[in-house]
Write a protein that binds this ligand. Structure first.
Ligand SMILES: [Zn+2]
Length: 191
């Protein structure tokens, strides 16, 4: 919260001058340049202080930049995957791990998901039936694990089933192959 002419808080003798610069940030060998990066410079000690507003505005840009470098899912893709299964943000976090607010933060871009979470989401997207493993895991119905781990014994095709109906049906043994869910795969055609 400085303004032009304020006393430098570092040396205590210079008068701060507001400047617009181009600042470059590096991450894993890639770089991004932010234009109009506002700082206050001290002509005496030559220190510079970044404007609060600039820091606040730059943070989401840097998170997005690092997410791209790391090849992590975008906030929209994460939301799309969650909605595929019809979960609320909190329930999805409960199933996949992570704090109650984790998905709210991933989806609004406030933080980037871990590599482990990203892998888990991609596996769910590419093969939605994997949700069964997680559901079984979290519900403690260990007797179903064998059924889930040998999904191809039944081949009866059930048309127009929702994911939820299918999951219930599979657990009850009234519907067939997990393969049919693979058919609704949301795999991206481009990386
Ligand atoms: Zn100074």
């Amino acid at each position: 919260m400085y303004k032009n002419g304020d006393m430098c808080p570092i040396c205590g003798s210079g008068a701060l001058t507001k400047k617009s610069i181009e600042e470059t940030f590096d991450y894993k060998g890639k770089s991004i340049t932010i234009k109009d990066y506002l700082i206050f410079e001290c002509p005496v000690c030559e220190e510079s202080i970044v404007e609060q507003e600039t820091l606040k505005n730059t943070e989401p840009i840097l998170i997005d930049f690092r997410r791209k470098v790391d090849n992590l899912l975008t906030p929209n893709k994460i939301k799309e995957i969650r909605l595929l299964f019809g979960y609320t943000q909190e329930n999805f976090a409960e199933l996949l791990g992570g704090g109650k607010k984790a998905f709210a933060r991933y989806e609004n871009g406030a933080i980037a998901q871990s590599r482990a979470m990203d892998n888990q989401l991609k596996m769910l997207r590419n093969n939605p039936s994997n949700i069964l493993v997680l559901r079984v895991n979290s519900s403690g119905y260990t007797e179903y694990i064998h059924r889930v781990s040998t999904p191809y014994e039944k081949t009866e095709y059930v048309e127009n089933t929702t994911t939820e109906n299918f999951l219930e049906g599979l657990l009850e043994g009234t519907v067939g192959s997990i393969k049919q869910l693979s058919g609704s795969c949301l795999c991206e055609t481009t990386a």
